[in-house]
Write a protein that binds this ligand. Structure first.
Ligand code: NDP
Length: 373
């Protein structure tokens, strides 16, 4: 049987000497570009559904531009060349990726491959000396995430996670209000995110490519939201799993509820599923006010209200805001702590604990103080 001490020990070995800084929203308010300011030149790696959304959004970016692609499917190349004007010399396969090191048209590789390939792909890109943006979840577990951060540090490359909501206006405003004390003491958070997944043959249902199920894919939004709702790292985690279709979900989790206890006493009660739709809400209550977003975590438009009334913010194209924001972070060397690999690692630590709690029959899993790991 794994003891709590075993779990904590495994965790600290896994993430090694990574220093985790507190979550903050202070960085990354965009600057206004002058006409001749340098743009961040991006290569997308893994041209699937999400890469297509990012590429389309980037057409509206002011500070980031798509200049390259990495793909294992040659038949996609003509379409991407014609849609985005990608030059032949900026097109790579997974096998030729190492030669990107010499390409001065590309500053950063944005990894949008299936979850369990992120680890391998981040290590490969780090070795080329290019900066990296990697989609969520960062890795299969905290150990891998820690190794990815260490590899990027060693290679001297910047490493970000694709948490687009940190550039989303309603989300940013709620974080600002919480930091300004406008909700008072945070008492409770109630976040959930899920959807009914289709095609039973897709990689999201295969453990070897997805790492896990709904929790890894979209439960991470509820979790990350609980962390920015409180501005704290959880002290303990409990979790429960239900599975109504053990055939379709033979390899990965279908529905998980999880609870987080924070040092201030705030509790988050969260859920995620691959089994039903319209499950998407962020709710935070403090002793002076509240905030609710619904929808909260998808591509929007995000809608919200607080104790002051309807939130007036206009939504934006999340991926464009993210890429313009990250262009500032990378080109001006002002890393946003909410977007770095360390932020992705913090979520992986909690996800590990969620699965561990389920394995142990919903036992309470205690986490070490994350800033001192
Ligand atoms: P897709 O299956 O649509 O695309 C993944 C792409 O990765 C494929 O098209 C393929 O591109 C490449 N690939 C390389 N190896 C494999 C393999 N063994 N099996 C399948 N594909 C492979 O996935 P998504 O675009 O939906 O998701 C990709 C990542 O983006 C995931 O980590 C996911 O969590 C994340 N994501 C994030 C979202 C967000 O809002 N931040 C939203 C949706 C997804 P090629 O043929 O070019 O090699």
């Amino acid at each position: 049987m794994t003891t709590r001490r075993d779990f904590l020990q495994k965790l600290s070995i896994g993430i090694g000497a990574v220093t985790l800084l507190p979550t903050s929203s202070k960085a990354s308010i965009f600057s206004i570009p002058s006409g001749n300011e340098k743009k961040l030149r991006v290569a997308l790696m893994g041209l699937g559904g999400y890469a297509n959304i990012v590429a389309k959004a980037m057409k509206t970016c002011k500070r980031a531009v798509l200049t390259g692609i990495v793909t294992g499917t040659p038949s996609k190349i003509p379409v991407w060349k014609s849609n985005y004007g990608i030059a032949d010399k900026n097109i790579y396969s997974y096998e030729t990726l190492h030669t990107i090191a010499d390409n001065s048209d590309i500053d950063v590789v944005y990894i949008t491959t299936p979850n369990s390939l992120h680890y391998k792909h981040v290590l490969q890109v780090a070795a080329t000396g290019k900066h990296i943006i990697c989609e969520k979840p960062l890795a299969d577990n905290a150990q891998q995430a820690g190794e990815m951060i260490a590899a990027c540090k060693k290679a001297g490359v910047k490493f970000f996670v694709g948490y687009r909501l940190h550039f989303q206006p309603h989300t940013r405003e709620i974080i600002r209000m919480r930091e300004a004390g406008e909700f008072g003491k945070i008492m409770h958070v109630n976040n959930y995110m899920g959807f009914k997944i289709g095609d039973p043959s897709q990689w999201r249902l295969k453990k070897g490519l997805a790492g896990g199920g709904a929790m890894m894919d979209v439960g991470i939004y509820a979790l990350n939201g609980a962390r920015y709702a409180t501005g704290e790292e959880p002290l303990w985690v409990t979790a429960q799993e239900t599975k109504t279709d053990p055939v379709k979900f033979a390899e990965v989790d279908e529905t998980i509820t999880f609870q987080l206890g924070f040092p201030s006493g705030a509790i988050a009660s969260c859920g995620t599923t691959y089994n039903f739709n319209n499950y998407e809400r962020f709710y935070l209550i403090g002793d002076k006010g509240f905030a609710e977003l619904s929808p909260a975590f998808g591509y929007g438009p995000i809608k919200g209200r607080t104790h002051l009334g309807k939130m007036p913010q206009q939504d934006v194209i999340h991926q464009a805001a993210q890429m313009d924001g990250l262009a500032d972070c990378i080109l001006k060397d002002t890393p946003d702590p909410n977007m770095t690999g360390e932020e992705g690692l913090k979520d992986m630590i909690v996800i590990d604990a969620v699965y561990e709690s389920i394995r142990r029959g919903s036992e309470k899993i205690y986490l070490p103080a994350q800033t001192t790991l």
